[in-house]
Design a protein around this ligand. Sequence first.
Ligand code: NAP
Length: 357
Amino acid sequence: MKKIPVGILGATGMVGQRFVTLLANHPWFEIVCVAASPKSAGKTYQEAVANRWVMEKEIPNNIANLRVLAVETDKESIVKQVVFVFSALDMEKDDIRRIENDYAKYVPVVSNNSAHRWSDDVPMIMPEINANHLSIIPRQQKNHGWKNGFIVVKPNCSIQSYVPLITPLFAFGPKKVVVTTLQAVSGAGRTLNNWPEMQENVIPYIGGEEEKSEKEPMKIWGKIEGEKIVPTDKPPITATCIRVPVEDGHMASIFVSFEKKPAPQEIISAWRSFDPLKDIDLPSAPHPFITVFEEENRPQTHLDRDIGKGMGISVGRLREDSIFDYKFIGLSHNTIRGAAGGAILTAELLKTKGFIK
Ligand SMILES: NC(=O)c1ccc[n+]([C@@H]2O[C@H](COP(=O)([O-])OP(=O)(O)OC[C@H]3O[C@@H](n4cnc5c(N)ncnc54)[C@H](OP(=O)(O)O)[C@@H]3O)[C@@H](O)[C@H]2O)c1
């Protein structure tokens, strides 16, 4: 099968580097363009990321010598070469919104950035949870007068560690949720080496993160009504987000109360059987989606973040609580499931559903 040519906007950053490694041997997609700021443009990819390549794997050979293009000034050349682009830009939100809109006039844009997450005709997709929201795309294209292009976003990395665990429990009516996330430094595009303040330290603040962690699940669990995706208001979530000194992997401590309190075994079997993509053949979908640990000391960041090649969600320490009904611990890989890998899975879903041709 001839592979679909794709471009990466923001290819030199932390998430961009993940795209480059995850797409190296992808069976459907092939990177043909890498783009970044004017500072990187004109260099080979290898030169542009010299001294800041942070992936475990080497730069793939076919990418190392690609000439980096400028996201803004080389747009016309980029859209001619690709069928769609992934966006991993980090700039002012207004600039990203404008750039992503400019590209969507020509090609689909699958974005990691939050600039479009609250546009009410832009689906914010976790493929296992709200694939049905893709049906808003024709409406979005009509609203903007776009023929082939559109924008789909993925949610914030923090929520992948608890939304996939609460969703399978909807049959029991989750009433309220308290979550505390323990987030890796790569979530800020940094490493422990280049962030000395994080050595031997915990910082109880991540700008804007608690609001995203509380609000974004409501859109994901929302419904399409007429021309928009309308967020739900249940179950309410209150979140605390803390930066911890690990390189990759966001952990979450979750407390939930239910309308109908289930037995622990009912929760475990709801998690184990939740695999909505099991009958669709998507190369990046992990099976199982959720890995349940019964050992007391799992999941652990270092041992378990790579489950399902970094696309699986793990959970453990399910126990009853004296104030809420239950508490448990979730874990996901923030730059794979929470960023580049989640966006690639979304693109695979878009191709399978005929939105990317
Ligand atoms: N890290 C995570 O775990 C994570 C998870 C989910 C979502 N995200 C989101 O993903 C996006 C990328 O995050 P990151 O951590 O990869 O950021 P990053 O490491 O700072 O990388 C930012 C990228 O944007 C490019 N860029 C910056 N200014 C630009 C400009 N004026 N014109 C064109 N390109 C420009 C950079 O190019 P140069 O190298 O040339 O400067 C670089 O390629 C952000 O929106 C972030 O919120 C990150």
